[in-house]
Design a protein around this ligand. Sequence first.
Ligand SMILES: [Zn+2]
Length: 229
Amino acid sequence: MLTPLVPVNLPSIYNGQPLPARMARASKDFAAALADLSARLPKLRWSDLFRSYEMQKQANLDYLQGRKKAFSPPAGGSLHEAGRAMDIDLSTIGMSLADFWAYLKPLGMVPIIAQPNPGTSEAWHFEFRGSHQLVYDYAAAGHVRADISPYKQAAVSAILGLGIHVDQVKDQNVALVQSALIRLGYDPGPIDGDPGGRTVAALQQAGATLDTAEGVLAPRLQETFPQEF
Ligand SMILES: [Zn+2]
């Protein structure tokens, strides 16, 4: 059920040189969209695409201890850790931020702030959620407890999908199955790694058990979201 990260070649915000290899990685579907965007707007400059567990943990510490102004969530809470986010130097977009939003939308890239105001923190941050948007929508539609953030559920889903450890879930494999079930339209409850009654019932509906889930669900995920595999 795991999806790959692939290398990307994009100019860095620091000096226009290629992004350092450790951050120049993206999910396969995002990498394809980035190649397209970069060819259309060759002046764009990027910073972080991918952050490893350790890099995200450090970014959060830097924020908490005041070395970094921009908010960085703890590891397990950012789509950067799934190779599905990008930070762009807004001075290189060559159009207004509102126009840039409209430009990115058909490419599947979305902002995370409410209004296109370039002075807002995180105005530079965009995401490509792919099938994990369905997890976001599932949580936002009230299918999980109200205290569970749709954004974090989407991030957990996307990070687990790469086979990367997430501290916040009880069992990585159960959580991965829950993520697959939601993206295939079932109702297993939140992605928490706890195989409760709702998850078991959703598995039953899908014609699987926890033991057979990989074999049953993986081919269906690949068929439904071929661009991600
Ligand atoms: Zn960012």
